[in-house]
Ligand binder design. Structure first.
Ligand code: SF4
Length: 350
């Protein structure tokens, strides 16, 4: 039965939900090794050897929402809040560009201080000042705001749906609606954005079937990028005391996401590296990932963008992160891309 599934993967045939669920239960080392080798082959065949770097800038840790798992949720009064102004963002983008990053990811909690006008002006100035692709990851906004930001030059948008199980989604997100999130992801694609989404692995209440459905949903949505990271429990949230997701399950989801979606960009996430600092990113790159997002946020803000605890690299200046990450990528024999790293599905360079 397992060999049949491996044969299907080798023949580039589509796996069923039951087959994906079954592959997620594999635990024997030799079977996992065979799965991972196949994921690595698919990665090679569809997106090549290069690893794309995206400079991550965490603009603000204010958030109007209260997602149950998140360390910067509205009701966490224990963390000091910060917000970068446009000038500071521009300086940080220039630093990222100087380090050779051809994409910047501007990410924040859902912070309405950044009005549509402020965001449009920020994106315009970034595009005028720097030769970089711009990815936004700032949460849910009205449709017309996404349109204006695309016109201003934003290339990509990242917004995870976190789980494709609508009941679990509802439990985890008291002030968001599953249907709305999925609708926004569809709009973004219609507008011409390269769209990224993803899920958490191991969040309380999630099943193997949920994860298999998540992976099929990535494919159905024809996403350009898929980020998959382990759930890491934050003690200042209502999920305090729950067990973390595991490195092993996250690697299986990364591998199967590569096998099923084939030509998406898949990051080796910081959350995974947080659970396995020694070689978490390298492992992810060897089972299907092809993107890394080094942090460029000014060091004084790093510790405050605490989506989950013990996040790695919070004390390292952007230059150190770059040196560390390029060294890790080269240590596994992979070249670093000098290009923007646009979607393999549609090259929509602006
Ligand atoms: S997950 Fe995002 S929207 Fe939810 S509380 Fe955290 S920052 Fe806000």
């Amino acid at each position: 039965m397992l060999q049949e599934m491996f044969d299907k993967i080798d023949a580039d045939a589509d796996l069923t939900k039951d087959e994906i669920s079954y592959l997620l239960t594999l635990e024997k080392e030799d079977e996992l090794e065979q799965l991972y080798q196949r994921a690595d082959q698919v990665r090679k065949r569809y997106v090549g050897e290069e690893v794309h770097l995206r400079g991550l800038i965490e603009l603000s840790n204010y958030c109007r929402k209260n997602c149950l798992y998140c360390g910067i949720r509205r009701d966490n009064r224990a963390i000091p809040r910060y917000r970068m102004d446009v000038e500071e963002v521009l300086e940080t983008v220039a630093l990222a560009e100087g380090l050779g990053y051809r994409t910047v990811v501007l990410q924040s909690g859902e912070d309405l201080h950044y009005t549509a006008d402020i965001l449009v002006s920020m994106v315009r100035q970034v595009k005028q000042q720097s030769d970089v692709a711009v990815t936004l990851s700032i949460g849910e906004r009205p449709r017309h705001v996404y349109e204006k930001l695309f016109e201003a030059g934003a290339d990509r948008y990242l917004m995870r749906f976190e789980t494709s199980n609508p009941d679990l989604y509802k439990r985890l997100h008291p002030d968001s609606r599953y249907e709305e999130r999925m609708a926004i992801l569809t709009w973004l694609k219609e507008m011409g954005y390269q769209v990224g989404s993803g899920v958490m692995v191991g969040v309380p209440g999630q099943t193997f079937d949920d994860l298999a459905q998540d992976i099929l949903t990535f494919k159905e949505m024809d996403l350009d990028m898929v980020g998959v990271g382990p759930y890491i429990c934050h003690e200042a949230t209502p999920l305090a005391g729950s067990p973390n997701g595991t490195v092993e399950m996250t690697l299986k989801v990364v591998a199967l996401t590569r096998i099923v979606t084939r030509d998406t960009n898949i990051p080796a996430t910081t959350a995974l590296a947080t659970l396995r600092p020694l070689d978490g990113r390298e492992k992810a790159l060897q089972v299907g990932a092809n993107v890394v997002m080094p942090n460029v946020t000014p060091v004084k803000y790093r510790a405050l963008y605490e989506l989950y605890p013990d996040k790695i690299c919070i004390g390292d200046a952007a230059e150190q992160c770059q040196g560390c990450i390029t060294g890790r990528i080269m240590s596994i024999g992979r070249p670093i891309s000098q290009d923007y790293g646009h979607s393999f599905k549609r090259n929509t360079a602006k």
